[in-house]
Design a protein around this ligand. Structure first.
Ligand SMILES: Nc1ncnc2c1ncn2[C@@H]1O[C@H](COP(=O)(O)OP(=O)(O)OP(=O)(O)O)[C@@H](O)[C@H]1O
Ligand SMILES: [Mg+2]
Length: 232
């Protein structure tokens, strides 16, 4: 479904990614792990079109999307839930969800918002509340819900567990698995909670200093002392 081939990019003149290649097939959950500053978020930003590709090739469903924009990618079926509580603070929960469906017809949008509220019932009673007044965990759920409104084929998730209590992390991961299972949404997820993400992913890439240093099955990391030391 998505192929990233020898990706080079960075910020200004500073290179950050030095040719990582990765792949995600339809309906799978693939994790990207690695230390702070390794370039994990940068990979997701390049895929969704927020930063330019300097060299290499990103292919989605057999089309090259190197020069695509985030808006075009949403229409193709790729949405991005960025790191940190990226909601529109001054807008209500409902308005935040509506923004997720900016390319949908009004009729369709209402149904999509209902779907998201079923997945995250805690948002139901807060539809009129300003998103900035939600707790960190609720904001995270809202951001995830907003990314799901377009019913993406591929969801890019950047550290969905950030700032959540252990209980909420488990809930968030259950929801992510549920979306994958029930809708067949492919999910490329960056996570620092490595042990937790290894339990739900089908495949994992380890990134260090802008390069892939490991790719394989989650069990391989759990059972290899050297890999455990690097990534766990
Ligand atoms: N907007 C930016 N402008 C300049 N440099 C940036 C920018 N965003 C990231 N960088 C740099 O790019 C490198 C990789 O950053 P990135 O955010 O991809 O790391 P990461 O693996 O997601 O780390 P973390 O686990 O801390 O989120 C870092 O050295 C960072 O300082
Ligand atoms: Mg990051």
């Amino acid at each position: 479904m998505l192929k990233v081939n020898e990706l080079h990019t960075g910020y200004g003149k500073k290179p950050v990614l030095f040719g990582p290649s990765l792949e995600i097939s339809k309906g799978k959950i693939v994790a990207i792990i690695g230390p702070n500053g390794a370039g994990k978020s940068t990979i997701l930003k390049a895929i969704c079109g927020l930063i330019p590709v300097w060299d290499g090739k990103i292919t989605f469903e057999d089309s090259c999307i190197n020069d695509s924009t985030p808006a075009k990618n949403v229409k193709r079926g790729i949405t991005f839930c960025p790191q940190g509580n990226r909601v529109f603070d001054e807008l209500s929960v409902n308005e935040n969800l509506q923004i997720g469906g900016i390319y949908l017809k009004k009729k369709e949008l209402a149904g999509r918002i209902d779907d998201v509220l079923q997945l995250f019932p805690m948002l139901k009673d807060r539809l009129k509340q300003n998103a900035g007044t939600l707790s960190g965990g609720e904001q995270q759920m809202l951001a995830l819900g907003r990314a799901l409104i377009p019913r993406p084929k591929l969801l890019l998730l950047d550290e969905p567990s950030l700032g959540l209590s252990p209980n909420l992390i488990s809930t968030a991961f259950e929801r992510i698995q549920q979306v994958n299972r029930e809708r067949g949404t492919a999910i490329l997820i960056v996570e620092q909670k490595v042990r937790k993400v290894l339990k739900i992913c089908h495949k994992v890439y380890g990134i260090k200093l802008g390069k892939v240093v490991f790719d394989g099955q989650p069990e391989q990391i759990r059972h290899d002392e050297r890999l455990r030391q690097i990534f766990l």
